[in-house]
Design a protein around this ligand. Sequence first.
Ligand code: ASP
Length: 322
Amino acid sequence: MKKILIIHTGGTISMQEDKRSGTVSTSNEHPLSNSASLFHHDAHIEEDFLFNLPSPHITPAHMLELGRRIHDKLAAGNFDGVVVTHGTDTLEETAYFLDLFLQTRKPVVVTGAMRSSNEVGSDGLYNLISSIRVANTDEAQDKGVLVVMNDEIHTAKNVTKTSTSNVATFQSPQYGPIGIITKQEILFHQKLISYESYPIQQLTKNVALVKAYAGMDGSLISAIHSTGISGLIIEALGQGNVPKGIIPALQQILDDDIPIILVSRCYQGIVQATYMYEGGGRQLRDMGIIFANGLTGPKARIKLMVALELTNNLTELAPMFE
Ligand code: ASP
């Protein structure tokens, strides 16, 4: 039998509802503690209660600590796969960080729940058991960090939370799930064509994220610049364009050798330097702004934080985002 490690970090999957007020909060004892062993008999399971945090409280420092814990446990050689339970609000950021940080062929699966442990239709135990089944499967190797929720398997890179409350919230809008889970089978239908991993020791850089909007001027960007950022992510409009009023503020950031990474605020499609008008993608790229394809703003932020631990040279950074 394989040996699977579950690392708990908190989130709704660890919470309970107060029946009178309807509010949901953390409990001292994890409600799913030991449940996995009761309901899943095909693997030896060990549990590690690393954090008990709602995921809006998760910071990059927590992500790094979690990454190190997984690395150390896998390096010690006695686990075949890892399942991480996590709040869904920032799950995709932690999962993507782990994807960039870990260098393992073994399955690492992140999961959570939309309904807390004592709510009718709670999805926590179900998602946990599904995740253990995936982590226990040979086919889950070499696929990077996976997110398992609601009978679907997604890559950490593509998945995003799309609904505030629906149990089918996690979707990969551009590419779909890479596998599905049925009562009897774990079925993968896509292979990973590339894999990247960055051996960093710390995660300390201050990278800001700002969304472009109609009529935006440069004041917000200048204010962010004055806080002393190491990098900026801009969620641009459409294929990668911004209101012309923010160009001078962006130029000042570039003049200070601070990298700017551009993604789209659209949730599908890629950014490209198509438009020639002021604020259009062609001008932005000619200024030295780096276009990142296939990443949401929060994930581009995680990636730039990781990349900046290795270099702040624009020519070295650019290929990392292609
Ligand atoms: N607010 C919760 C959290 O992210 C949501 C959840 O876990 O589903 O911790």
